[in-house]
Design a protein around this ligand. Structure first.
Ligand SMILES: [Ca+2]
Length: 210
């Protein structure tokens, strides 16, 4: 009788642990993924601003026409700026991890046309999750504290932006964004639509989104 009760208690304890783990994975992890998404959106915006600074400063002007070209991530990463107008101290234009193309569970890539004429007008940024899914970054954080490699996804959404400065967001199963993909209005939302949850029927027409 006692043995049966102990077995019963063991089963209940196992169930409680399992339910707690599932709860942690499904619910508590969401804020962690939201943090990754939020950081990725902010980082794409930082890169858009860095591109405008890079171009307006004509840091790269391969055709020598006085009009700057947009830069790749590596070119942006090499730029140093003064910390203030009356200081000789400089810092990198981009945070080091972002300059390396991977931070906060996301990877980053900037594409610039090879032709200087076109590189004066166009760039394309994309950020995509290192590991796609809807699960837990929080659990990975906890495991990492005990030296266990991460196993869970780091993000769900892919982000894109171009010289317009508008950031588009979509769940494309972890793929990196491509310029030809962002034409698909059924998939991509503007960052404002994504953040505020605007329904597709309220989306602006294609011409207004460009
Ligand atoms: Ca030029």
């Amino acid at each position: 009788m006692n043995k049966g009760r102990r077995v019963g208690c063991s089963v209940v304890t196992t169930l409680v642990v399992a339910i707690s783990f599932i709860y942690a994975v499904v619910f508590m992890s969401r804020p962690a993924l939201l943090v990754n998404h939020s950081n990725a959106l902010a980082s794409v915006r930082i890169l858009c601003g860095a591109e405008e600074m890079f171009r307006s400063g004509a840091i790269k002007d391969e055709d020598g026409d006085g009009i700057g070209e947009y830069g790749t991530l590596q070119e942006l990463a090499e730029v140093e700026v003064y910390t203030s107008s009356d200081s000789d101290t400089t810092r990198r234009l981009l945070p080091e991890e972002l300059a390396n193309g991977q931070t906060g569970g996301y990877m980053y890539e900037i594409t610039v046309p090879a032709s200087p004429d076109l590189a004066e007008e166009f760039f394309f940024i994309t950020a995509w999750p290192c590991k796609y899914g809807k699960g837990s970054a929080l659990v990975d954080d906890l495991l990492a504290q005990h030296g266990v490699p991460p196993f869970g996804p780091t993000g769900r959404m892919t982000f894109c932006a171009d010289q317009s400065g508008k950031v588009l967001v979509a769940d494309i199963e972890g793929a990196k964004g491509r310029p030809e993909d962002v034409e698909n209005l059924d998939v991509w939302m503007t960052s404002e639509e994504w953040v505020f949850g605007t329904s597709s029927s309220q989306r602006p027409a294609a011409s207004e989104r460009k």
